[in-house]
Design a binder for this molecule. Structure first.
Ligand code: AMP
Length: 423
């Protein structure tokens, strides 16, 4: 089955081909025709199954075709598709997916979430967007302030509904449903379908078609895995150490942030290891070049963010290194699935600092296995050597050590204002 056979139109097909998607995943194969027919959908699927494209492609296609047939009527764009998702990470990922798949459609999207100032978000909203990806708290907040109207919404997606309820968003969701126009196409995704989720889905969906897929978790059994407990500043040292001591032919290193990816490359470079970074701040040409160099073996290490790593299709990848552990467990399965393809043996090494131990526990729960811990390595409790750093600074410029604070004479420290956690 191809995307073309599913009825996907050319501007989107071109973007999918550029992204390296040759065939639809099972959830896409099942959902895209239903959604292109305008029906409601109840999807039982986890992140990692390709569900974002399963809903983003039909929404983009509907919006594109409507825009094409309505060329004369072009005022400020109104929000026509709303995607509500529990975390900012997912919201960002979904927004990026809409941008990628919709590159040739002219459909505009934006992402809003809490925990950051709203100014930049309201500025984009003010310019007009077709697709809004949002976390519930910030969405209701901006609706309350009059920045957002949901009156024009024709497509609504509730993503990761079970996680949404786990995170206590049920009241927010109820409020949001009440604000949506009755006439719309509704999509509802959840990894699990306990009774409370089914009850919620009934409130949202008309007479939905149902699709269900389970992710391929056997990857976790195929790939040899190990975890290194290491302090945050010790991670680059450990990476350089491993690259110099273990035989690794081609290594894909995952970094949580673009900035982090650049920094890793710089430090590897200094250590004489050929590496390049790919992430969404790099131009398409730069990404293509980096990928080409990696495939040809010219660079041994490619450092990527999760988003940029989509579409990387390198068959002979010997190692995946999780420089940062992902906070979404399915992402781990997806990352390590990059190695050990087509029956080849692959190795996935993960670096885990104190704060990431909770992520590790979640991952082990998902893959239903304990990951082997390598406790013998030189950077277990590594701390940067402050005296060495200071010695490199000319004497007059060295930081003076502060006298210890006493409680009596010091001004009380201002407490930081309480910051609401991201919704
Ligand atoms: P999702 O479940 O939407 O988070 O997608 C999981 C991963 O699969 C993402 O990295 C997508 O880029 C990738 N993906 C989605 N659909 C396809 C496809 N048809 N072919 C190859 N990769 C895909």
């Amino acid at each position: 089955m191809t995307f073309q056979q599913l009825g996907v139109i050319d501007p989107i097909l071109r973007a999918l081909t550029a992204e390296g998607y040759t065939n639809p995943t099972p959830i896409q194969e099942q959902s895209i025709p239903i959604l292109l027919h305008g029906k409601d959908l109840l999807g039982c699927a986890q992140t990692g199954t390709g569900k974002t494209a399963a809903f983003a492609i039909p929404i983009l296609q509907h919006l594109y075709l409507k825009r094409q047939s309505n060329k004369t009527h072009r005022g400020k764009r109104k929000i026509k598709a709303l995607i509500v998702t529990p975390t900012r990470e997912l919201a960002i990922q979904i927004g990026e997916s809409f941008s990628i798949y919709g590159e040739h459609t002219g459909i505009k999207n934006t992402v809003i979430f809490g925990g950051v100032k709203q100014g930049a978000q309201t500025k984009i909203l003010d310019q007009g967007v077709d697709v809004l990806v949002a976390t519930p708290g910030r969405l209701l907040d901006l609706i309350g302030q009059g920045f957002i109207s949901l009156k024009g919404v024709e497509y609504s997606v509730l993503d990761e509904a079970d996680r949404m309820l786990d995170m206590g968003f049920i009241h927010d969701i109820r409020k949001l449903i009440a604000l949506l126009p009755v006439k719309r196409q509704s999509l509802f995704f959840s990894a699990t379908m306990p009774p409370d989720i089914i009850a919620l889905s009934r409130k949202i969906l008309g007479n939905p078609e149902k699709v269900s897929v389970t992710p391929d978790q056997t990857t976790a059994e195929k790939v040899e895995q190990a975890v290194y407990f290491v302090s945050k500043p010790g991670k680059t040292k450990l990476l350089i150490h491993l690259l110099k001591t273990i035989s690794m032919d081609s290594v894909l290193v995952f970094s949580r942030t673009k900035h982090g990816a650049n920094k890793i490359v710089k430090l590897l470079d200094r250590a004489g290891i050929s590496a390049e970074a790919i992430h969404s701040n790099k131009s398409q040409t730069a990404r293509q070049r980096a990928l080409g160099n990696f495939k040809s073996g010219e660079t041994k290490v490619l450092v990527a963010t999760d988003i940029a790593a989509r579409g990387i299709d390198v068959d002979e990848l010997s190692h995946v290194v999780n420089y940062d552990l992902p906070n979404i467990s399915e992402t781990y399965v997806h990352r390590i699935g990059r190695t050990g393809r087509a029956g080849a043996s692959g190795t996935a090494l993960s670096f885990c600092n104190e704060e990431e131990k909770a992520y590790l526990r979640d991952i082990e729960k998902l893959i239903k296995q304990k990951i082997n811990v390598i406790s013998e390595h030189p950077f277990l409790n590594y701390k940067p050597d402050e005296t060495a750093k200071n010695a490199a600074v000319p004497y007059g410029l060295r930081k003076k050590s502060r006298p210890a604070k006493t409680s009596g004479g010091n001004r009380p420290r201002r407490r930081r204002p309480y910051k609401r956690r991201d919704t």
